[in-house]
Design a protein around this ligand. Sequence first.
Ligand SMILES: [Zn+2]
Length: 502
Amino acid sequence: MDKYYLTTPIYYVNAQPHVGHVYTTVAADVLARWERFLGKEVFFLTGADEHGSKVAAAADQAGLSPQELVDQTVQRYLDLWKLLEIKFDRFIRTTEAEHQKIIQSIFSALQRNGDIYPGVYEGHYCVPCERYLAPAEGIDCADCGRPTEKLSEETYFFRLSRYQERLKEHFVKNPEFIQPERIRDEVTNMLSDPLPDLSLTRRCRWGVPLPEGVAGSGLTIYVWFDALLNYLSGVNYNPLSPAETDQGKLFQRFWPPDVQLVGKDIIRFHHIIWPAILMALNLPLPKKVFGHGWWLSGNEKMSKSKGNVVEPFDFCSRYGSEALRYFLLAEVPFGMDGNFTEDAFRKRYNSDLANDLGNLIHRFNHLIRTNFGGKVPAPQDGGILARKTTGLLPALTQKMENLDFFGFLETLREVVSTGNHYLDEEAPWRKGPNSGPALYNLTETSRILSIYLEPVLPRTAALIRRQLGLMDLPTGKEALTWGLTKPGTIVTKAPPLFPRIK
Ligand SMILES: [Zn+2]
C-alpha cells in the first residue's frame, strides 16, 4: 500500500485559533481524506507550537503558568478540529517530553558533525516575531514594523551557510519542492545573498533546555528550531535509536513528507531553513512544500486591533462547519489571497449549497417518495448523467495532486448543475415512461457525487447516502462504478441539507 505523509504547521498557541488556522487544517484534512479514499495509508500530522517568550508573556498577562495557558488553548484547538471533522492521525505538542528529548538529541547530533557551533550573536532582535534581524535590515523589524532590541549574547549557531549551494541545486532539480509555482522566484531569491548562520538559542525561560552537558545557562532552544522538528518527532524520528524500535517504524514507513502545507508568511522557514536542517541530518527532503495565500477581511489582514477577525466557532455555530469547509476551498484558488466577508460567504452558501446541491437532492428525493412509493425505480440507459459522473476520477485526482481544491469543486459543481438541468428537462413529475429511469439516474449521480464530495463535506456526504438508503454500498474507489444503487432501495424524507439563509 502506498503511503502519504501530510503536515500542517503546528500552531502558535499564544492566542485563540482563527480562520487562517482553519484554512490550512481543512485543506490538509481534505487531502488526507482524498488519499485515504484512493487507498493510501495516510499519516496526517498537526499540532501546537507551545514554547517561546510570546507564550510566556501571554501566560503572565492571563495570570497563568505557561503550561496552564497552553493546555487551555490547545483544548480550544482540539474542540475546533472536532467541530470541523478534522481527522488527524496525530496532534503533536512541543511540550511533550518525548518531543523535547528528540529535539535535544538532534541538537547533539548536529553538534557532533559540526553543523552546530558556539559563538556570540550581536544584532537586533524582534521580540514579537522571535527573530534576529539580518544586518541589512536595519533596526526596525521588516515583518511587523516594530522597533527591535539590540542584543549581544553567547549562542549556538546552525551552519546554514554550508547548505546554500545544495539548496540551490535542490530547487533546480526538484521544481515540485516549492509550490505553488508563483512563489518559486521569491524563494529562490532568498538564496541570492550569502545565507547567514542561524542562532539556535534564546534567553527565554519557556523553551526546550539545551542538551545535558552543553554550556549555556539561561539559554533554551530557539522556538522555530523546536517547532520545525515536530515534523520529525511527529513520526518518532530519533537520530540515536533509528529503525529497530517500534517507534522507528513509523518514521521508516512515512518519511519523507509527501506534502507540507504552510502559510506564505513562513516560507523562509520551510523552504530554506527546514530543508537545510534535513540535509545536515542526511535525511530525504519533503516532496512538496506548499505556501498558500491569506484570508483578508475587507481586503486587510485580519487582526484583533482592527476588529475584523473572522471567528471560526461563531461561524460554525451560525452556518455549520461544512459550509465553512466548503467556502474556504471553493471561494479562491489555494495559492492566492482571498477576501473573507460574510456577504460573500452567504452568497456562495445560498448559490452552491442551498440552491444547487441541496435543491437537487431535495427535488428528486421528493419525487421518488410521492410518485414511486419511496422506492428507487428501475434503471434504463444512464445517458448524459452516467457519462458526466463516470470517468471523472483522473481529472479530479490531478486537481487534488496540484492542491487545486478550487478546480476540484468547480468540476463537482458542474455535475450538480447538469443534474438540475437534467431534472428540468426530463420533468419526471409528468409521470412519462422515462420518469422512473430518470429518477434512478439522479439517485445514482448523487450517490457518486457523495463519494467525491466526502473529503470536503464529510457530514453532508453521509446525509445524502442516508436519505437515499445507500449506507451499505461501498465508499472506496469501487463505488465509482455506475449502477450500484439497487432498484427498490427505500428513500426517506430528510430536512434540507443546507437551509437557505435569508
Ligand atoms: Zn517583528
